[in-house]
Ligand binder design. Structure first.
Ligand code: PAF
Length: 294
């Protein structure tokens, strides 16, 4: 009996140089294939995989980038301890049928002499922009570079980082970068906590407290939808609910326009509730749309 053909182990091509990335993408372009970029900082979870799947539904080839970008971390933030686990990430990307991993070094992304920063006004102000000065400059700079390097047709980002998504939309429009920015819905754990690489920092006790965060946001969003004026007191009550549930500090809890991210005091256009909290040393963010009034 003829021997069954051995299954070839699936491989994931990995490139670390801009030139190699461009050469791979150019091959696809010659075959008229549409290309997506999914930028990440690695430590991949199901939320990232859902971005890859959203990309795959729209194009022929998906590039995922993994780069822990030093310029978006403040001096007291978690850059050095941010989880780095390329081998495990590669396994997940193979399973998710990623076509190419771009994992450049810091020197490749910021060669000596690099002196340009992309600063986005308006949408980068307030919320995380207020608590993390310079963060969105780092994000806008690295994402502009990644988009110029890969030149994809689309790029996919999660709505969990909703302000980041708006900053990137603004930057690509203002800089005429020819790419469609796609926002993908937040993926949540069974108890509602938004998936995030930073969830791995939480102890079991902190993780139990963290599950209150999305529920308080969601209850507030529903409350505001029912009575869309004068909701200042209800936002204050929700802050108290968060700290009463064991959350150490509420960094912000605000209602803002879903597009411009300007603060709103009445709901007469799409708006969202935005929150950032500290549980121990871990900072978590989340946001939810105010449901349309029934
Ligand atoms: O959301 C992230 O993981 C990062 O901010 C991004 C978009 C990959 C830029 O470094």
């Amino acid at each position: 009996m003829a021997e069954a053909p051995k299954k070839q182990p699936k491989l994931l091509p990995i490139v670390r140089k801009v030139g190699d990335l461009r050469a791979e993408v150019a091959k696809w372009r010659r075959d008229n294939l549409a290309v997506a970029l999914v930028p990440t900082m690695g430590a991949l979870h199901d939320g990232h995989i859902s971005l890859l799947q959203a990309a795959r539904r729209r194009v022929d080839k998906v590039v995922v980038s993994i780069f822990v970008n030093p310029t978006q971390f403040g001096p007291t933030e978690d850059f050095s301890k941010y989880p780095r686990q390329e081998a495990a990430d590669v396994e997940k990307l193979i399973k998710a049928r990623c076509d190419l991993l771009y994992a450049p070094t810091v020197d490749e992304m910021y060669p000596e002499g690099a002196a340009t920063t992309v600063h986005v006004g308006g949408v980068s102000e307030g919320l995380c922009g207020a608590s993390r000065p310079g963060h969105f400059d780092g994000v806008a700079t690295i994402v502009s570079k990644l988009l110029n390097q890969a030149q994809p047709d689309i790029a996919v980002f999660g709505e969990k980082d909703y302000q980041q998504l708006q900053v990137i939309k603004r930057a690509t429009a203002d800089l005429d970068i020819p790419v469609k920015i796609v926002g993908a819905e937040t993926v949540r754990e069974e108890d509602g906590l938004a998936m995030s690489s930073r969830n791995a920092y939480l102890s079991a006790e902190e993780r139990a407290i963290a599950k209150q965060f999305p529920w308080v946001l969601s209850a507030l969003a529903i409350e505001i939808s029912k009575r869309p004026d004068d909701f200042g007191r209800r936002v204050q009550n929700a802050r108290k609910l968060l700290t009463d549930s064991g959350i150490d500090k509420v960094d912000y809890l605000e209602v803002r326009d879903a597009e411009t991210l300007e603060p709103v005091t009445t709901i007469d256009r799409p708006a969202r509730v935005f929150g950032a909290v500290f549980i121990g040393k871990t900072r978590l963010i989340d946001n939810m749309p105010i449901p349309p009034r029934k």
